[in-house]
Design a protein around this ligand. Structure first.
Ligand code: XMP
Length: 321
């Protein structure tokens, strides 16, 4: 406790010392615990000189989006929401290759932040919610796969050269996730944010295999919503590390009521992990699996078949793209 108090005091003081003369700070806000804690600390140091930007890519879970919108009203700091749904969708139309998708999404994020940074007078700093494991992971990763990386994460691996003129603020870069959570708790950040499952930056864009369109996004949002409800109903949410649905570009024949259907097949992916570098599929009850499958296939127009992914990482990765 003493250590955490000290950390908070020091990091607030440091930011106060660095950000002087009403200079401004831009923070790309994701809704995750790291970005919440980062925003709280910076706001405590410099108040409204902090500019938080949340990008609505249109590739978010319905619940994520609602949470951000409702939190925005309760926060001490304000968050600007940039509606970029159409922009992302039009850039992604026709793209099938997973790495191309990731790069297009990453590039779009950067262009939005650049655009926003130009609107902020006196901007001098870019803040990131980087934590220690992000740094380790990206350096281990780049050593192991220097010429051939597995997936390009848009939010790891340093800032693009276009932002180099902005100075970096990364208050959490020496902390582990559990320490970030302790600080978050101290700052009064609600439990559902402190212990939420990770959600990747590229969002549903990498959970729709093959080409992305509005209809598929809506189908997947409905399915993920049902999954989340049942994880909570069955009190499983806190005992698994991540749970989501993958929408396949494959249709199969089925029957709903007394009618033939020809709809998408989807995959349920639920994993347990310590560090997300390796993972095992979660050994869930048939009861739960049956409930999720029944609800999704009955309630979501567009999905008539669910399979459970029983591979571990490695050889699979957690996400499919
Ligand atoms: P993989 O699929 O590489 O995923 O086994 C490991 C963890 O990272 C998340 N993930 C991402 N997170 N930006 C993120 O912020 C990304 O581009 C990204 N890709 C994967 C994934 O959800 C899992 O928790």
């Amino acid at each position: 406790n003493w250590k955490l108090n000290n950390f908070l005091k020091n990091s607030i003081n440091n930011i106060k010392k660095r950000v002087k003369n009403k200079k401004k700070v831009l923070l790309g806000f994701s809704g995750g615990v790291d970005s919440f804690v980062t925003a709280y600390i910076i706001h405590k140091a410099i108040g409204d000189s902090l500019n938080c930007i949340f990008v609505d890519t249109g590739l978010l879970l319905e619940t994520e989006k609602k949470k951000i919108y409702s939190l925005c009203k309760k926060m001490h700091f304000s968050i600007k929401i940039v509606d970029a749904k159409n922009q992302f969708l039009s850039k992604l139309t026709g793209i099938v290759d997973p790495e191309t998708k990731r790069k297009v999404i990453g590039k779009e994020f950067i262009s939005i932040f650049q655009n926003e940074s130009k609107k902020i007078k006196n901007i001098e700093f870019l803040a990131q919610g980087t934590i220690y494991s992000d740094i380790i992971e990206s350096s281990v990763f780049s050593k192991k796969h220097s010429s051939d990386s597995i997936k390009s994460h848009h939010n790891v691996g340093g800032i693009p050269t276009t932002f180099k003129k902005l100075k970096l603020i990364e208050p959490l870069k020496k902390l582990f996730k559990d320490e970030v959570r302790k600080i978050g708790k101290k700052l009064g950040i609600p439990k559902e944010i402190l212990y939420q499952h990770p959600f990747p930056g590229p969002g549903l864009g990498i959970r729709i295999i093959g080409e992305i369109n509005e209809n598929k996004i809506s189908i997947l949002q409905q399915a993920e919503n049902i999954l989340l409800q049942e994880l909570i109903n069955y009190e499983i949410y806190d005992s698994v590390s991540q749970a989501f649905i993958i929408l396949l570009p494959v249709k199969s024949v089925g029957i709903k009521g007394d009618k033939r259907t020809y709809e998408y097949a989807a995959i349920l992916r639920v994993i347990n992990t310590e560090d997300f570098m390796t993972a095992t599929f979660s050994h869930l009850s048939y009861n739960f699996l049956e409930k999720v499958s029944n609800r999704i296939t009955n309630e979501v127009d567009g999905i008539n078949r669910i399979a459970y992914d029983i591979t571990s990482k490695p050889p699979s990765t957690i996400e499919w793209e």
